[in-house]
Design a protein around this ligand. Structure first.
Ligand SMILES: [Cu+2]
Length: 474
């Protein structure tokens, strides 16, 4: 914390700060109390209750830090070094002044609203993107927001989350698995934006009944446009663009907020722009896909969440699932590809594939008869065997198999990888496995015999035939 901030710190539930307080020279017995003066809900709710919610923690200064001999004093840890991280500077995705660091390009922009649903007696719910918390599988045929997760980023990629607070309260927005950095925050015309939002509901498909009456959109039913609709700001989320309603200038994060954080307060009437990378925080800006992977598989298990960190808000569904798509590097990685082959009629051919994977691999061999445009799964029916293993046997070979292509689909817990396609060429002659000759030949005397043995390896057309040349010496 910047010492120039003095004795106050603006923070919300779930936020953490390291604070060094120097009690040097304070008379023993002096009492300091860490106070809270924030109305709740913030900023327009009830004032703190004197004697209860106005106090957080108390310090009583005593002399115990002085050693028993009264001379030696324990090391003074109250002075901060000039630079806390001299060897491993923090990776900054933003300049903390509204811009992104060179090389940081979000692959997806999301604009997500925070909204309050009002009933007859006042607010009944506060939600992310007008959606309930739902981790079930998407409902077939229904818009995404009607069931299941909508924030499903790809491991290793960077996204820009713009959170639009249309409520009258501040909300600390907390993300699990990763940390984000606050690019900027900016005020917007809430009434104007909500007018556009309600108007947009007229375009919602499939059409929904308007409930509760008069509110223009049904609380808890998702966004007015389909979630993956890209709006005029280039953002998904299913909401009208917020840019036309922005007012003032982007405001930089305060100095004490200019770091990796997983919980950042958003004030009413403001848009917070969070840059978030689904990768370890110490991966460099230009990290390779391999460097951008977590040391564990974030796509397995129940997934993650992001939510408001005010307990009664998260309890009333101000929370959404956060599911991670695994990096393609977690799919089986082929280390040995099936090879094109030339073979003879009545012979057999083996196609093999090898791969590495952190989880078990299942195999499915496929055939293409149109040069790899379309593929069909094979079954263990002659001439095919081993169609669900790493090696496909084709036997016996006949001329109708020529020009067919074969490939394996390798699937593990994270996804599927196709091997290269291998072309089979059938030489339209039969293979000769061996030839025995028991007759006279060059330099062989009558009564003697010689045996020629040939084993074809069937790699070329010539190898499908066995050629012998005889000459007689007189
Ligand atoms: Cu909240």
């Amino acid at each position: 914390m910047d010492p120039t901030l003095g004795k106050t710190l603006f923070m919300a539930p779930g936020e953490r700060y390291d604070v060094v307080i120097d009690f040097t020279g304070v008379v023993a017995g002096t009492v300091f109390t860490l106070m809270n003066d924030a109305p709740a809900p913030y900023p327009t709710g009830s004032p703190v209750s004197v004697g209860t919610t106005d106090r957080i923690m108390q310090f009583v200064v005593n002399g115990n830090l002085v050693a028993a001999n009264g001379v030696s004093v324990p090391t003074d840890k109250s002075l901060l070094p000039v630079n806390l991280r001299t060897l491993n500077p923090m990776v900054k995705l933003t300049n903390f002044a509204g811009g992104l660091t060179a090389g940081v390009v979000p692959v997806t922009k999301r604009q997500i609203i925070l909204n309050e649903v009002t009933g007859a007696g006042g607010p009944v719910q506060v939600l992310f993107n007008n959606s309930h918390f739902d981790t079930s599988a998407p409902i077939p045929g229904a818009p995404l927001e009607f069931g299941g997760p909508t924030e499903i980023p790809l491991e290793g990629t960077t996204e820009l989350f713009s959170v639009i607070n249309t409520t009258v309260d501040a909300h600390p927005i907390h993300i699990h698995l990763v940390q984000w950095q606050l690019v900027s925050h900016q005020t917007f015309n809430t009434a104007g934006f909500m007018g556009a939002y309600s108007t947009a509901w007229a375009a919602h498909l499939p059409l929904l009944p308007i409930w509760p009456a008069g509110l223009g959109y049904p609380g808890g039913s998702g966004s007015p446009y389909l979630y993956n609709t890209i709006n005029a700001d280039g953002a998904v989320g299913g909401n009208p663009a917020v840019t036309p309603w922005l007012t003032g200038l982007p405001i930089a994060a305060r100095p004490e907020m200019q770091g990796w954080k997983d919980d950042i307060i958003i004030l009413p009437g403001e848009v917070n722009n969070y840059i978030v990378r689904f990768a370890p925080t110490d991966a460099p800006i230009n990290a390779t896909p391999a460097q951008s992977m977590f040391p564990f598989d974030p796509s397995t298990g129940p997934g993650y969440v992001w939510h408001c960190h005010i307990v009664d808000h998260e309890d009333m569904d101000m929370m959404r699932p956060l599911m991670i798509k695994p990096s393609a590097l977690r799919f089986p990685q082929v280390t040995s590809q099936p090879q094109a082959a030339i073979t003879c009629i009545a012979g057999n051919q083996l196609f093999s594939v090898a791969a590495t994977s952190a989880s078990a691999i299942s195999y499915q061999w496929q055939v293409s008869i149109d040069a790899g445009i379309t593929w069909t799964n094979l079954t263990n029916v002659a001439p095919y065997l081993g169609v669900l293993t790493s090696s496909l046997t084709v036997s016996p070979i006949d001329v109708t198999l020529s020009t067919k292509m074969y490939r394996a689909v390798l699937t593990n817990i994270d996804g599927a990888t196709n091997s290269n396609a291998a072309l089979l060429t059938v030489v339209p002659v039969g293979a000769v496995a061996s030839v025995n000759i028991t007759a006279s030949a060059n330099n062989v005397f009558a009564g003697q015999s010689v045996t020629f043995t040939s084993t074809s390896v069937n790699l070329t057309e010539d190898s499908c035939r066995v050629k012998f040349f005889f000459s007689c010496a007189v």
